[in-house]
Design a protein. Structure first.
Length: 727
């Protein structure tokens, strides 16, 4: 691609070269990390396994491991390891055959569901075979991408390894990324209200009934459809904060046709968009259990219903003065044989597990405790009365976001941390769970993969140590981790600093922050990856930073609660102190030129930086921002801003505060965004115009959410940052 006109106007051959380096970086650094991925294929004896690993460009080897001794055999083929070649069909970790787009058909789309524990990156392969970056798909999330019938797309791992090529069809396709190859799937049909759940003994069926509630519609206009002149209209269901929701009631229908309606006293106002409530039966069919998440997310109950009488009782109840993180911290496991319930709660300020008597609703004992959170439960061994889980914040001198594998007895005794490496750990158990493969890495440390014994976490052998030499040689720079105190002067704030490949410590560079402050998670990188978006910005002659301020997740309830009815905060008091502290010992960080960019909730925050902190941030690019939380989807915004809708929503609105704008702002939006109503950005535009503010605005036609990740949007963002931050 030729250097942009802007770079030529600004000058200098140096800036043109920076653009060229930034644009070519994804292709130059692709597939340059080796020995970084291990997928163990366990053999029937349960004592050994094999895997295939990439050792260099176009080079692989097969490895067989004896798990009892750690003995290692390597060969160029499975047959040489004494295994049938058909075993190779069980896995594929190698780069797939290169493909390219050879035809362009009708307008279509792709939906990707990333079930991995890591982000993946997305590229369009153009007719010349060039890889055009379109951003990524975050771990555990979904993404829709506009495309055309016949266009070819590449999905890569965080280190650039090829995962799969997919070719778009005339109809929208859904692909699941699960580490076992990529599978096309049909979308699951929505569950219909009133769908029954039959009792194990067949004596009755239970279902919900609710009055019909009108659903808000959002109309999108495709102004320039492919192959047509006239605009096309698309209408979607889109509930927003404060909209009416159905109020379901349980109905018990006996085998003789008689019906018993279950009184709503203990579940009067559930948060449900569909009108459905999910139920679980007791083994004896005498009770069924369901969750009651009261609208506003400050009361959460697990309720039991006696099917003979319809009487409802509370098994467990959680309350909060702020919010209950129901999407991440309301896990449970029934121990029916012993009449117990393993329950997750954040009631003591940290996410922990508790053991209950499910018959009486009485707490038997805490299972885990301490100033650290349980992050994910992996397995409950009912026979051994043990639970296996991932936790973070366990070591005082280690990054508090790093995940480690742990085990504890259900009575709270015998706690054991089973992983050791200073990094973020991904775990894959053997079929009989006697061993596990542990892959750990950090933003500044390539993956190390080990085999360990589950009994005590003892190391059997190191399987692989990733080689990133080729990546560094290609012009990629290792991120630097940095820690500084937050707004309270005591809490550590963690993030990373990226430098351009042509970094000169004698020079001074503008600082650009990539921001995403959604309270549902934390976002500064904790695993090794190429971080292409950030590195491309750095190549333009910037120092790029990313960090997690207060209001984000995984650091305890008090840290998290900062976001409550206060999304405009976005951790900015912590961000300013962190960046300032970093610059105090890094004179090459020029804080007279600070920019910020982000998308979605990050777009809201990027603009907010110029509304409340224009004395610190000077330039912002806001992509597809949910600029007013009353305009965005109901479930995400009511979770953090509460219900009913009150003055706090207006208090965090970029549209309401548009008159406060300082600095240089670029607004980007996709006209077909089904994630965040595009009108949210347009209303900000109207408010800025009314206030007489000067700003830049660019709608990206024919695309949806994440418009700044399209080639045009990405180029526009780079040009804007260079224009206003580079000398």
């Amino acid at each position: 691609m030729k250097p942009f006109l802007l770079s030529l106007l600004l000058s200098p051959v140096a800036i043109a070269a920076d653009f060229e380096a930034a644009l070519s970086l994804p292709k130059r650094t692709e597939n340059k990390v080796f020995r970084d991925r291990v997928k163990a294929n366990w053999l029937p004896d349960g004592q050994s396994f094999w895997y295939r690993v990439q050792t260099g460009p176009g080079k692989t080897e097969f490895v067989r491991i004896d798990a009892t001794t750690g003995q290692r055999q390597t060969a160029a083929s499975l047959k040489a390891l004494g295994l049938p070649e058909k075993e190779a069909a069980r896995t594929s970790t190698l780069p797939l055959e290169a493909k390219r787009t050879r035809r362009t058909g009708e307008s279509s789309g792709l939906k990707f569901i990333n079930q991995l524990d890591e982000d993946v990156e997305l590229y369009w392969i153009d007719p010349q075979g060039a890889h055009v970056r379109y951003g990524g798909v975050r771990a555990g999330s979904e993404r829709e991408q506009h495309t055309y019938d016949g266009h070819v797309w590449l999905i890569t791992s965080r280190t650039g390894g090829h995962l799969a090529f997919v070719e778009a069809a005339a109809q929208v396709q859904t692909f699941v990324i699960d580490g076992k190859g990529i599978a096309k799937t049909e979308a699951e049909p929505p569950t219909k209200p009133g769908r029954g759940l039959r009792a194990p003994d067949g004596s009755c069926v239970v279902y919900t009934e609710s009055d019909k509630v009108d659903r808000r519609k959002v109309t999108l206009v495709e102004s320039t459809p492919e192959g047509g002149l006239q605009p096309r209209v698309k209408v979607i269901d889109y509930l927003k904060p404060g909209d009416p929701l159905p109020k379901p009631q349980w109905v018990i229908e006996k085998s003789d046709g008689t019906k018993l309606r279950v009184a709503r006293d203990l579940y009067p106002n559930p948060f449900t968009e569909s009108g459905n409530l999910e139920a679980t039966w007791s083994p004896d069919s005498r009770e069924f259990y369901f969750n009651y998440n009261q609208r506003g997310h400050q009361l959460y109950r697990l309720l039991a219903v006696d099917v003979r009488t319809g009487r409802v009782r509370v098994v467990v109840e959680e309350t909060s003065k702020t919010f209950i993180d129901y999407t991440k911290k309301t896990w449970r496991h029934w121990l029916h044989e012993s009449g117990e319930l393993l329950w997750m709660s954040e009631r003591d300020g940290w996410c922990h597990l508790h053991l209950y008597d499910s018959r009486t609703g009485e707490l038997k004992n805490p299972v885990t405790r301490g100033a650290w959170p349980v992050r994910e439960v992996l397995h409950v061994d009912e026979a051994q009365r043990q639970v296996w889980f991932l936790a973070s914040g366990l070591r005082e001198k280690e990054d508090p976001y790093h995940l480690h594998l742990c085990r504890v007895n259900l009575d709270g005794s015998g706690f054991l941390q089973l992983t050791g490496g200073d990094g973020n750990h991904q775990i894959d158990f053997s079929p009989d769970r006697r061993y596990f493969v542990d892959s750990w890495s950090r933003a500044d440390h390539p993956p190390v993969t080990e085999l360990r014994r589950s009994q005590d976490g003892a190391l059997v052998c190191e399987l692989e140590r990733a080689d990133a030499t080729a990546l560094l040689t290609a012009g990629w720079t290792l991120p630097e981790r940095f820690v500084a105190k937050g707004r309270d002067g005591t809490t550590d704030i963690h993030g990373v600093i990226l430098k351009p490949s042509h970094f000169d410590p004698a020079k001074r560079y503008p600082v650009v922050e990539e921001i995403y402050a959604g309270p549902h998670a934390a976002f500064a990188p904790k695993e090794f990856g190429r971080l292409m978006g950030m590195h491309q910005i750095a190549e333009l002659g910037f120092i790029v930073v990313k960090l997690d301020g207060m209001g984000t997740n995984h650091r305890g309830k008090a840290f998290h609660d900062v976001c409550w009815k206060n999304l405009k905060d976005a951790g900015f008091p912590d961000r300013r102190k962190w960046i300032t502290a970093a610059a105090q010992t890094r004179p090459w960080m020029d804080l007279t030129r600070v920019g910020i960019y982000g998308g979605s909730a990050g777009g809201q925050s990027a603009m907010r930086a110029l509304l409340d902190h224009a004395d610190f941030y000077h330039v912002a690019v806001a992509d597809c921002g949910c600029h007013d939380n009353r305009m965005d989807k109901i479930w995400w915004n009511e979770q953090w801003m509460g219900w009913p809708v009150d003055e706090s929503y207006a208090g965090s609105s970029n549209a309401v505060d548009a008159h406060k704008l300082g600095g240089r702002l670029l607004l980007i939006v996709g006209e077909l965004d089904t994630n965040v109503d595009p009108a949210s950005t347009l209303q900000v535009v109207a408010a800025l115009q009314k206030a007489g503010k000067t700003f830049d605005f660019m709608p990206i036609l024919g695309t949806g959410h994440g418009a700044a990740e399209t080639p045009y949007g990405s180029r526009l963002r780079m040009e804007f940052l260079v224009r206003h931050l580079r000398p």
